[in-house]
Design a protein around this ligand. Sequence first.
Ligand code: CAA
Length: 265
Amino acid sequence: MAIPLHRQTQYQYLLVSQEGRVGTVQLNRPDVLNALSPDLMIELVDALEVFDADNQIGCIVLTGGPKVFAAGADIKRMANASAIDMLTLDQLARWDRIRKLHKPVVAAINGYALGGGCELAMMCDMIIAGENAKFGQPEINIGVIPGAGGTQRLTRAVGKAKAMELILTGRLFDAQEALSMGLINTITPPELTMETAQQLAQTIAEKPAVAVRLGKEAILKAFDTTMEGGLDYERKLFYLLFASEDQKEGMQAFMEKRAPDWTNA
Ligand code: CAA
């Protein structure tokens, strides 16, 4: 059973809980389909960073709840802003801190994941989607383009032709299309989305934490380096893991034909 955390009382727009070594953050602004206001994003980045720094947590699940993930950045909060307001406030820079989390984040998505909501999902490391999930980058329909990484992450995930079509038409797409394009990991019945994401997160959270951290880091490196640079980086991280207790334990346990006892050190 998920234990609600005391610290959730400090959040107005989130529900935060912990089950085993999995920390869950749920967006909680249902009246406006979890529109990602600056205040919500301050809380979200804080909650994710708190879990990221907690040794008792091995993996994080991010969800919007059973009906909607997020319908994007809060349009009402942006509508009258000037370019200079947007530039000087630079609120999307905060979103970028999600990219820097060390622990894996699994997105559990039911319903709409649009605009900034789709971008937030793509900032996560894995995506579990309910059959009712609807993705899209509809910013073109309100006179802008994605501003929280959509042009870069969607393009890397699904390729240039599909990204062009989706971003320049603003067409929404369902979980099946997202799966066929390689954007998400799995589709589930909507009532099983959270459970499926939790199971995946729990499996990862039970692996040795230092190897999980460096595995994530090496995979993300593939997005911003050459093959040569990436292979070199991976090899150094592989060698570095021989400084961890869990490497000694894992290999010893293999040779002794027993289950490893991880210390996450
Ligand atoms: N910002 C602010 N409020 C939003 C919102 C958003 N992104 N999305 C929905 N809401 C609000 C609505 O205004 C409405 O509030 P009121 O009851 O006060 O009018 C409430 O949520 C319910 O929404 P709807 O009545 O529109 O619900 P619907 O079921 O008819 O439609 C929807 C659902 C298709 C998702 C529609 O709400 C919609 O198109 N939302 C906007 C989607 C969008 O354009 N997202 C991109 C935002 S820009 C962005 O994200 C930039 C970026 O890259 C960072």
